[in-house]
Design a protein around this ligand. Structure first.
Ligand code: TXA
Ligand code: MG
Length: 330
């Protein structure tokens, strides 16, 4: 199969609709990462997402809809605070997990009695979703466990020859995946940290919990239990006050000819002249936007990525830290 990368226009939208209706997969941009899309109503298409990604069969998928889509047809329960969250943050990088049974293919939620729904703000994603006018399930468009894609090239590298079409939408400017927030109970509960923070959700809903997996318990969001976001090269990670240790490892690896690169925030990068550095930038937003792009760069040019944790770890940085530590997990 030849994999086309096409700009988003009438012709490519027409083709994408045809492909989706035939049960094929179409990768498309969002403001967070690229997604690998299929019709949420098509059993075989949904199953093929799991197959082509090598995704564990118990990891549910997010349904994506355009901003005018009537989600009442997809859910069983809609607490008043969920409406307020939608009004405040959607379209945008917030996925809400609703009580829902039997509304879409049974393969979407892997046996859970919930359905997660997201309304991306990326203009290209809106155009695509509007044109097909169906809920589109889409995990991040990477082979399972690999780094999430923030450019069409990243998608192409993982799926060349395996999917027919990638819609071109430039580099995703959010950089890490949406916040996943459960709205099945009385209080919203964050299952995956992202660009919409606990503070932002609490300010609208009155309160917000963060899910902590208890020992021996089945995770509420199965994806959080897996190793993820991993570059193909080796990795190491140090605390923000362990710069000297990171430098020592760098020199050791360089001595052996192993092409080390240090991934760190702008303030630390300034102290590392003469070292190969992957500079995350200075603000929370920059660091979120640059993380996956730099992990992709690192795996291309480095034998080992030596990460130094950013100092700030709350707000958006909670999501960045979650992805960074899991990328560097051994
Ligand atoms: O930003 C994003 O959310 C991107 C773009 C493409 O929209 N998508 C994405 O999908 O990150 P994926 O499949 O890579 O991650 C979805 C996460 C997983 O951790 C999964 O377990 C969780 O959301 N999830 C999906 N449906 C769920 C449900 N019904 N209940 C609990 N967790 C759910
Ligand atoms: Mg993913």
């Amino acid at each position: 199969m030849q994999t086309k990368i096409l700009d988003i226009n009438e012709e490519s939208l027409k083709l994408s609709k045809k492909l989706i209706e035939e049960g094929k997969l179409v990768a498309f941009p969002t403001e967070t990462v690229y997604g690998l899309g299929a019709s949420a109503f098509d059993d075989d298409a949904v199953k093929s997402i799991f197959a082509v990604k090598g995704r564990p069969a118990d990891n549910p998928l997010i349904s994506h809809v355009h901003k005018d889509f009537d989600i009442s047809t997809l859910i069983d329960y809609d607490p008043p605070y969920a409406k307020r969250l939608r009004e405040a943050f959607l379209p945008g990088p917030l996925t809400l997990v609703y009580r829902s049974e039997g509304k879409v293919s049974k393969y979407v939620s892997c046996g859970l009695n919930t359905l997660s729904i997201r309304v991306p703000s990326h203009a290209g994603a809106q155009e695509f979703l509007k044109y097909v006018n169906l809920p589109i399930v889409a995990p991040s468009a990477n082979i399972s466990k690999h780094i999430s894609p923030v450019t069409s090239e990243h998608v192409f590298e993982d799926f060349n020859g395996k999917i027919p079409l990638i819609l071109e939408g430039g580099q995703c400017n959010g950089g890490i995946e949406s916040t996943v927030c459960d709205v099945t109970g009385d209080i919203p509960m964050i299952l995956r940290a992202g660009l919409i923070t606990r503070e932002m959700i609490a300010s609208v809903a009155g309160d917000c919990q963060i899910y902590q997996m208890k020992k021996g318990e089945k995770p509420r969001s199965p994806g959080m239990a897996y190793k993820h976001y991993s570059p193909s090269c080796r990795t190491a990670i140090f605390k923000s006050d362990e710069i000297e240790k990171a430098k020592a490892l760098y020199l050791e690896e360089a001595e052996r000819g192993n092409r080390p690169n240090i991934l760190c925030e702008g303030n630390i990068a300034k102290l590392l002249s003469g070292y190969q550095v992957l500079n995350l930038g200075d603000t929370d937003e920059e660091m979120a936007a640059n993380l996956y792009y730099l992990l992709h760069e690192g795996e291309k040019r480095a034998g080992i990525i030596i990460a130094i944790e950013p100092k700030k770890q709350d707000g958006i940085m909670a999501g960045v830290m979650n992805r960074l530590t899991r990328a560097c997990q051994s």
